[in-house]
Write a protein that binds this ligand. Structure first.
Ligand SMILES: C[S@@+](CC[C@H](N)C(=O)[O-])C[C@H]1O[C@@H](n2cnc3c(N)ncnc32)[C@H](O)[C@@H]1O
Length: 431
């Protein structure tokens, strides 16, 4: 039988359909706390869970250095592993913490009722006085005015101020995530767009009504989560979520059994831009340009001059020519290599790094992320244990490849070129 070693071109590796989870609906993928917030490019939990159960055992340490919304950390806990996650984005860290913290549901519901009744009174009966008090505590950057109409912003200020007064930190953080989730709908950000585009004709919604709607939708999720992990009483023992760089993991050398992660992509979109609304409101963002620099894959990153340790990467950079894009791609591969070196430090001998990654195209050049990562891992002391080629099922129509730029597109009449996008799970073993 042909193994991954026999394929020069990874695209020829047969697709393993058991890794597609095509039968899973939103009900499955948003189970327990997974549906609390819409985080871009998140894993489906079933994918993380399958990797975790195949490549680790109970009580092992499982790490996600680019944890995003914390899917890996939650699934590690659900499967009785110890979950560790880092992300450079503070919103991600707050979200991962909320998703992985069991909250006493009776207390949560009573705090929720108190918050809502207090807010109804303040917004309807003594708005001006409350706004003046709230404004003394909440300082927002000017950029907030670019995204929010003044009267909506004022209501949001009162809501946020009252959330910040909640004493129980876990409950306060839960409300903050609900608040973060409603910001896009309350703003004039074009609702269907992930890019920062204004829609001056957007229909207004009432922030408190939206907050209540969103909170009610997810309150019950914590009951489900609590019942699954009720035996894990000392939560700090089972999970660590930290705001740090993927190249600085909160784990000792040779302690972890498994890494499960989907890294950022080079300039596919600016993660920083996607998170700017909650980051503005929570004071995580002073300067958009400074904020962007922290994200691997951003076009604003500082130059990283370490050697790429990949001939394939060097060829891609050369093919792109001498321009800004090629420097961004080179930088991206250098940053990723540093994160792989950190993964090597924390993994035990025989431990695995499972990297979920797809290939892309820039300026007509194939950006073979999977091939490059495999080569980089092999050059720093890993061997390839397996490569899983999986389809990314979409509930919408399958895509087609544009014959000129290779990008996935939905607009074609040519039924023969229909394909589902695919990606790889590289299973790299530390030698
Ligand atoms: C594809 S997303 C991960 C999504 C995640 N698998 C989930 O289920 O939500 C990639 C993440 O990498 C993070 N990231 C970018 N640069 C980083 C860095 N230097 N260190 C740590 N995380 C970083 C981004 O903030 C983003 O959350």
């Amino acid at each position: 039988m042909k193994t991954h070693n026999n394929f020069k071109n990874l695209a020829e590796i047969p697709i393993k359909y058991e890794w597609s989870f095509a039968d899973k609906t939103i009900k499955h993928t948003a189970y327990i706390t997974h549906g609390v917030y819409t985080y871009p490019a998140k894993f489906i939990p079933q994918l993380a869970a399958k990797i975790i159960s195949e490549y680790s055992k109970e009580n092992d340490i499982v790490i996600d250095p680019f944890m995003g919304s914390g899917t890996t950390v939650v699934e590690a806990m659900v499967n009785n592993r110890i979950g560790i996650g880092t992300d450079i984005n503070e919103i991600a860290v707050l979200l991962a913490k909320v998703k992985s913290t069991p909250i006493n549901c009776e207390l949560l519901e009573s705090e929720y009722s108190n918050l809502i009744s207090g807010l109804q009174y303040k917004l309807n009966t003594c708005f001006t006085k409350e706004l003046a008090i709230a404004k003394k505590h909440i300082n927002l950057p000017d950029r907030v005015d670019y995204w929010f109409k003044p009267h909506i912003k004022d209501k949001l200020i009162i809501i946020l101020h009252n959330i910040l007064k909640v004493k129980n930190t876990d409950i306060k953080d839960f409300f903050l995530i609900i608040f973060a989730q409603i910001l896009k709908s309350c703003s004039i950000w074009l609702q269907k767009s992930v890019k920062p585009t204004r829609d001056l004709t957007k229909k207004e919604i009432d922030p408190l009504a939206k907050f209540e709607w969103q909170a009610k939708k997810v309150l019950k999720k914590f009951n489900d989560f609590n019942s699954i992990i009720s035996h894990q009483t000392n939560i700090e023992k089972y999970r660590t979520v930290q705001n740090s760089d993927a190249r600085d993991l909160p784990c000792g050398a040779r302690k972890a059994t498994l890494i499960v992660t989907s890294p950022p992509y080079v300039t596919s979109y600016e993660y920083a831009d996607l998170h700017q609304l909650p980051s503005l409101w929570f004071g995580f963002l002073e300067e958009l340009a400074v904020f962007r620099k922290k994200f691997i894959g951003s076009s604003s990153r500082e130059r990283n001059k370490i050697k790429l340790k990949s001939k394939i990467a060097e060829n891609i950079v050369a093919e792109l020519g001498s321009n800004k894009k090629s420097r961004e791609v080179e930088n991206y591969f250098a940053d990723m290599l540093e994160s792989f070196i950190e993964m090597k430090r924390v993994l035990k001998k025989g431990g695995k790094a499972a990297i979920v990654i797809g290939n892309t195209k820039l300026k007509g050049v194939e950006i073979l992320n999977a091939e490059v990562f495999k080569e980089q891992f092999e050059n720093i002391g890993f061997k390839t244990h397996d490569i899983i080629h999986r389809e990314i099922p979409s509930k919408m129509l399958p895509s087609t490849r544009d014959s000129k730029n290779g990008k996935f597109t939905k607009t074609t009449n040519d039924k023969k070129s229909l394909v589902y996008p695919t990606e790889y799970i590289l299973i790299m073993e530390k030698k």
